[in-house]
Design a binder for this molecule. Structure first.
Ligand SMILES: Cc1ncc(COP(=O)(O)O)c(C=O)c1O
Length: 404
């Protein structure tokens, strides 16, 4: 008799980003090259300062760090946050507002756990980063979508947020710049959404892991929720080195909040897991000295890719892709009624000169039944010539799908 599992374990949602991996593995086993545009794994080299941070480690013992992270790293991070326009938002950020975590992922888990009891709900802007649902599910917390629409450039309406609030709602969680949409919240939008959070006593959790990836002229970073006045008790920033420094394997993130009670609760969770990775924190600290030119080059490269991708996609009959202002994702409408079946077809029944392409079906980024069925999320984490090639494969795949 097999041991029984928890309902929570049995019903945990599979990641729509990775779910089709077995089809990609099978394609590779047949000798087909798969262009992976399904996952946000940046391909740019990690900055030298970060790598050297590992090389320079000389300690005889790989010790735990403090549960909240190394003091020296948190102090350096405070300096970084205070270079954003956070002064307008209230008192300066100090090291005690920052809890270092094992990736932004753990910061999300701790924040939702500290804000919500089982049976509570978080609101998310839909389409949403799917792991919000994964973490909420682990904690017995419901995810309630606030819809946004491709034809409105995925703008988040404060009125729709207000309409979605119930007495069970504890937090509003969204990324800016967005995954999967690439949408970037303007300062005024943060103010309007923040007001709803204040009116309804919600934590306003803004996942800013793509902060530097903005393609708006004259801006180096997306507006931060830390810069909005009046949100000291409500605002929580989720952050990570994964995307900023092309360092997903480093597993270093943090949460930042001026709310002392929320911080104290997350610290207790952090103490239970003892420590974030020590050497990775030292390397992430060293990475703070990365020259601005590195970031500017990285952003220019992603911007070029976005432009190539958007133009190539919109040149295909029946495909529509908006031109997102940030991150390195977009959601595109395809002329198919079941994008997941089409993605499987691309991997298992189609190839162009020995190559095919993998996208993430967008339906898994929606909680509203049926929403996003004709959409895919595309991560532009390959060089421009590979993106052009991938879009040619898509165009040929769409023709083959129509004729099958
Ligand atoms: C919006 C968003 N938040 C958080 C994360 C978590 O990243 P990590 O745990 O690598 O810091 C990701 C990763 O893709 C993301 O896209």
């Amino acid at each position: 008799m097999p041991l029984s599992l928890s309902r929570r374990g049995l019903t945990a949602p599979a990641s729509p980003i990775r779910r089709l991996m077995p089809y990609a593995d099978a394609a590779r086993a047949r000798g087909v090259h798969v262009h992976h545009l399904n996952i946000g794994q940046p391909d740019l080299p990690t900055p030298e300062a970060f790598i050297n941070g590992y090389r320079d480690y000389a300690g005889p013992v790989l010790a735990y760090s403090p549960s909240q992270g190394l003091a020296s790293y948190r102090e350096a991070l405070a300096v970084y946050y205070n270079t954003l326009d956070t002064a307008a938002g209230g008192r300066a950020i100090d090291a005690d507002d920052i809890l270092v975590t094992t990736g932004g992922s753990e910061a999300l888990l701790f924040t939702i756990a500290a804000a919500c009891d089982p049976g509570d709900a978080i609101l998310v802007a839909e389409p949403y980063y799917t792991n919000y649902r994964g973490f909420a599910h682990m904690l017995g917390v419901d995810v309630v979508p606030v819809p946004t629409f491709l034809k409105e450039d995925f703008a988040v309406s404060a009125q729709r947020l207000r309409d979605a609030c119930t007495p069970r709602t504890r937090a509003f969680v969204l990324p800016s710049p967005g995954n999967p949409t690439g949408a970037v919240l303007a300062y005024d939008e943060l103010v309007a959404l923040g007001q709803v959070c204040v009116d309804h006593d919600l934590f306003f959790v803004v996942d800013e892991v793509y902060r530097e990836f903005v393609y708006l002229d004259g801006r180096h970073t997306a507006a931060s929720v830390l810069s909005v006045p009046g949100l000291d008790s409500h605002a929580v920033v989720i952050d990570s080195v994964s995307k900023r420094y092309s360092a997903c394997g480093a597993r270093v993130g943090c949460l930042v909040t001026r709310n002392r009670e929320l911080y104290a609760a997350t610290l207790k969770f952090a103490q239970a897991r003892l420590s974030p990775p020590t050497v990775d924190q030292l390397a992430a600290h060293a990475a703070l000295s990365t020259p601005r030119a590195w970031m500017e080059e990285a952003v220019a490269e992603y911007r070029k890719r976005r432009d190539v991708l958007v133009a190539a996609l919109n040149a295909i009959d029946g495909v529509f892709a908006p031109c997102p202002a940030g991150a390195f994702y977009l959601v595109a409408d395809l002329p198919v009624d079941d994008a997941e079946a089409f993605c499987v077809f691309l991997l298992s029944e189609f190839e162009l000169d020995g190559e095919t392409v993998m996208f993430a079906p967008a339906e898994g980024f929606y909680a509203t039944p049926g929403a996003g069925r004709n959409q895919v999320r595309i991560a532009y984490v390959l060089a421009a010539d590979k993106l052009r090639r991938a879009v040619r494969i898509l165009a040929a795949g769409l023709a083959a799908w129509r004729d099958r």
